[in-house]
Design a protein. Sequence first.
Length: 304
Amino acid sequence: MTTRSETVCHRMACHHKIKVKLLSEGEAWTLFMEKLGRDMALLPEVEGIAKDIAGECAGLPLGIIAVAGSLRGVDDPHEWRNTLNKLRESEFRDIDEKVFKLLRFSYDRLGDSALQKCLLYCALFPEDDDIEREELIGYLIDEGIIKGKRRRRDAFDEGHTMLNRLEYVCLLESAQMDYDDIRHFKMHDLIRDMDIQILQDDSQQVMVKAGAQLKELPDAEEWTENLTTVSLMRNEIEEIPSSYSPRCPSLSTLLLCKNRWLRFIADSFFKQLHGLKVLDLSWTAIENLPDCLCFGESHCVIAP
C-alpha cells in the first residue's frame, strides 16, 4: 500500500514502512529537463534560472513535472524570471501545501478559461479513474464549455485539442486500455484534489462524491439552492425515493452513472431541477426515465 500519511501506516499495522525520499538536486534537475522536453540546450541565462526554478520545487516529483510542463516552449528569459519570482513569493506551512501551490501555479499558467474549466470538470470522475476522452468531451459540449461550433464533430475536435494541451503540460496523462482502442486519460489524485479545492475556493457550489461507496443519496441539507454541479457516479445507490425533491434551480450537471444497482428514481426528484443540461444515467439498472423529464435542444440525456 502507498499513502502520504504515516498515521495510515500505523492504523493498518504495517510491519515494514519504506519512506520515499525527496529527489536530490541532481535528480530533480534531470526530471525537470526531461519533462521540459527540450532537444536543444537552454541558453546560459535561461539555464541558470531553470535550475533555480527546479530548486524551488523542493525535490517534489509531481511539482517538478507540473511546473516544467507549464514552461514547455517558453524561450523568453523575462518569462522564466517572472516564474521564478512568483514561486519565491509563495510561503508554505508544509509539504502538502507546497505541492498544491506548485500545481495551482501550473493551472494558473494555462491562461485559458475554457481549458481551466475542462481540467476542473475532470475532477468529477472518481479518483484514479481511466476517463474516456469522448465521454468527457460530450459533457463539455452540453455544458457550454466548448461552444461556437456549427457541427458536433468540430466541437469534438476542439475537445480533443484541449485534452492534448493538458497532457502536453503534464496536468493529465494519456492512458491506453488493453480491451479497446478508445482513447482514455488519467488524472493524478493530487491534481484532482487541487481541482476540487479550486472549485471550493472560487465559491462554486459543487458536490463531488464519486466512488464514495454511497448506498443512498446525500442528506437533503447538502442539496443547496446554489448547487451547479453534482457527481455521484460509481456508487451503490439503489433508489431515489419520493422523499427527495431538491430545490436546485441552478444545477446544470448531474452524474448518476455507474450506480449499477440504481433501478428507480421518483418523478419528484427532478421537478425542481429546471437548469439541467447534462444528466448521465448510463450503466444503471434504470429502464424508464421519469415522465417529468423534458429537455430542450441544448440538453444532453445519456440513457442506460
